[in-house]
Design a protein around this ligand. Structure first.
Ligand code: SAM
Length: 218
């Protein structure tokens, strides 16, 4: 097991791992591995778009530990659980609108004190803004037609002046017809109009063929 350039991420062969904050427990059926008395959880790029972004060669700055983060579309907590492993002292606010997905997310958060789940619609940031306050990192993975607008609205509401973000853009939720490159260009324009600069645009194929990661800064 060797430490990678991404803080807190380990590698064995091509497989990526984080240190398991709950030794002996799996979150989504991932492999567990013990090395030198420490237990690690495999971070599967086919299950987590953030792991896919790393596997596609994201810079180390993508995983710079924030003090606080706002995560839109946390679902059952697959990716959030790895962020919880990585950033034990950060406050990670997890917004999820589906009550069915929220139940397992809540169970996960009861065992991991850095996860703070919120049952809410990311289209209405005013509903949770008072709880969240200002964050250093905005992460979004919601399969919605107006993904870029949701990201811009949440950045305007909660992202610090020197904050950063990652938008996992699901092209086919925006349109079934227009080419991915055009959809990405439109999203980038919307982000720019919202005061966000795109530093990297990374298609997540072969791990997730429908997604493009946009790494942004204010
Ligand atoms: C692809 S899943 C997210 C997977 C998760 N990010 C992970 O990597 O573990 C998308 C999630 O976004 C949620 N979602 C979609 N629209 C939303 C909205 N407007 N507000 C909050 N959550 C939303 C869905 O309920 C679903 O759980």
């Amino acid at each position: 097991m060797e430490l990678t350039a991404w803080p807190g991420v380990w590698r064995e062969g091509r497989a990526l791992y984080t240190r398991n904050a709950e030794p002996g427990r799996r979150v989504y059926g991932e492999s567990l591995r013990v090395a030198d008395g420490t237990e690690y959880r495999e971070w599967d790029p086919f299950r987590s778009k953030l792991a896919a972004l790393l596997a596609k060669g994201a810079p180390a700055s993508v995983l710079a530990p924030p003090n606080s983060a706002l995560y839109l579309g946390a679902s059952h907590g697959t990716t959030a659980s790895h962020l919880s492993d990585l950033w034990p002292t950060a406050r990670l606010f997890l917004v999820e609108k589906s009550p069915t997905s929220f139940a397992p997310l809540l169970a996960l958060a009861r065992r991991r004190s850095n996860l703070l789940p919120i049952l809410a619609d990311a289209q209405l940031p005013e509903r949770y803004l008072a709880d969240v306050g200002e964050v250093d990192l905005l992460y979004q993975d919601v399969a919605q037609r107006d993904q870029a607008r949701i990201f811009v609205d949440n950045a305007a509401a909660a992202l610090a002046e020197d904050g950063r973000g990652i938008l996992m853009l699901k092209v086919r939720s925006v349109t079934q017809r227009r080419p991915a490159a055009v959809v990405a260009r439109e999203a980038r324009r919307e982000l720019a109009d919202g005061g966000l600069r795109v530093e990297a645009e990374v298609p997540l194929a072969p791990f997730s063929r429908e997604h493009i990661a946009l790494v942004v800064r204010r």
